[in-house]
Design a protein around this ligand. Structure first.
Ligand code: FA5
Ligand code: MG
Length: 442
């Protein structure tokens, strides 16, 4: 990943109200605004939705299913953490470098310099390591990221975190737990199973090679088991619904690839082969000892952790074509899902999109990040923003001025849009680009 300074650039700081000194109040707590503040009101409204706790919503159904499969295996369940966390929780406690791009205002929603919307469930690892009375824990929560706009990306999504702690040297216990994980018949491609440590993915010095091998094996088998349970359930329901697609009779295929996270080493991601594509599902690794030391666990523990993205898996399980649908309030969506059941979503309609381009010269004094454009569009169009794509970019050979063109597709999942309605939204988007980033419309 490339790195940029995590300090807020004046230009990347988007103000949503002219009265910026007004504090932001969320759930009766007040946060003073400062030059880091960039969370728009329409994002704060999502906090109340708690889709993972709605047992009749696809995200809640998936959450339930995973929980059931992990019951009795020694995990304490946490699903009530508030999404506003401190910078310490989200980044410092996990050893994020000061200049990590994840800390920047172009990637993360800040209430102010010290508080932000968590970008991942790992923000709660330390408190769970401290408080959990069982060897493991699971955390489910909504997480928030400033990100691109498309069918599989939404600024809010859900993660399930898992972790497990062992006593150093207790190889027998780890082996016993590995053997207790139910067998699956999935095809696993893992070049690192016997030798988890490679030059790019180092082990930690305080562990023996055998400890690393065993704890990684337990981690990976746990994740494989979970993925298998979920996808087998989806396969069963597809067959029950009468589907005869050939993939339903093929064994599930997964592969492990090396990854990097500041608070784990070695680290991996698991990808699942589903309908002809590798799908990134989960990041994980062996927890850095510093995190365990900070959690008062002493220097004789080893641990693994993983973080699964729930929304994309739910899109596959329920055959949901657009991630925005999870957030719709339309009854035609909600009445299709019931606790404990995985069924295929039946689209109630497909309304055409309306495309609009905006082309402009950038102002040299203002840095315009693609995520800033995404956010301006979302702020004006809400869920009518179907996608925002940078379709053209060039530098004028004489003046050196830079030009960009973004193509916005406005589309509703619930109704037809009129041209005049789109025009007035699009005009506001253009206005915001001019006012905030001093671009010159072409
Ligand atoms: C993490 O968030 C780490 N906290 C995972 C982790 C936990 C690593 C514990 C080590 C130990 P990552 O940014 O890759 O990693 O996100 C994890 C998963 O969330 C991804 O595999 C993906 O399934 C999902 N995800 C990430 N970004 C989005 C998005 N914008 N929309 C939907 N799902 C997403
Ligand atoms: Mg990733």
């Amino acid at each position: 990943m490339f790195k940029i300074s995590a300090r807020p650039l004046r230009s990347a700081f988007v103000r949503y109200s002219s009265n910026t000194v007004k504090p932001i109040v969320v759930d009766n707590k007040s946060y003073h605004a400062d030059e880091w503040t960039n969370v728009p009101p329409y994002i704060l409204k999502l906090i109340d939705r708690k889709l993972h706790k709605n047992v009749n919503h696809p995200i809640g159904i998936l959450h339930d299913l995973i929980r059931q499969n992990m019951e009795g295996m020694g995990y304490t369940i946490y699903d009530n953490f508030h999404p506003i966390v401190s910078r310490y929780q989200n980044f410092d406690s996990l050893g994020f470098p000061e200049d990590h791009v994840g800390r920047s205002t172009s990637d993360t929603y800040y209430l102010n310099k010290d508080y932000l919307l968590r970008t991942h469930t790992s923000a709660h690892e330390q408190e769970c390591f401290i408080n959990s009375k069982t060897p493991g824990y699971l955390i489910t929560a909504d997480v928030y990221r400033r990100d691109e706009v498309d069918r599989t990306h939404y600024p809010a999504f859900h993660q399930l975190e898992g972790a497990r702690v062992y006593d150093k040297g207790d190889l027998e216990q780890i082996q016993q737990d590995i053997d207790a994980i139910p067998q699956t018949n999935i095809i696993v491609e893992d070049p690192f199973r016997e030798n988890p440590v490679t030059p790019n993915n180092p082990g930690q010095k305080y562990m023996t090679d055998e400890e690393i091998r065993l704890v990684s094996t337990h981690l990976k088998k746990t994740v494989e088991y979970l993925v298998n349970q979920v996808f087998e359930r989806a396969r069963e329901s597809a067959k029950k619904a009468g589907s005869t697609e050939p993939y339903l009779n093929e064994p599930l295929k997964v592969r492990w690839v090396e990854a990097y996270f500041p608070w784990t080493s070695p680290s991996w991601e698991i990808e699942v082969w589903w309908k002809g594509e590798w799908l990134e599902c989960c990041g994980c690794g062996v927890v850095q000892q510093q995190v365990l030391l900070n959690s008062n666990l002493g220097d004789q523990k080893i641990s693994w952790a993983f973080g699964i993205g729930l929304d994309r898996i739910a899109m596959l399980l329920f055959d949901i074509p657009d991630i925005r649908l999870f957030w719709t309030q339309d009854e035609r969506f909600h009445k299709q899902f019931k606790q404990g059941e995985i069924n295929t979503f039946v689209p109630y309609s497909k309304y055409p999109g309306v495309k609009r381009d905006v082309s402009f010269w950038l102002n040299r004094d203002y840095k315009l990040h693609a995520n800033d454009v995404m956010e301006i569009v979302r702020n004006r169009a809400g869920d009518l923003a179907e996608s925002v794509v940078n379709v053209d970019e060039f530098t004028h050979p004489k003046t050196g001025k830079k030009s960009q063109c973004y193509r916005i597709n406005y589309q509703s999942m619930d109704r037809n849009l009129t041209n005049s309605e789109i025009n007035s939204i699009h005009d506001k988007v253009v206005e915001d680009l001019v006012n905030r980033f001093k671009v010159e419309i072409r």
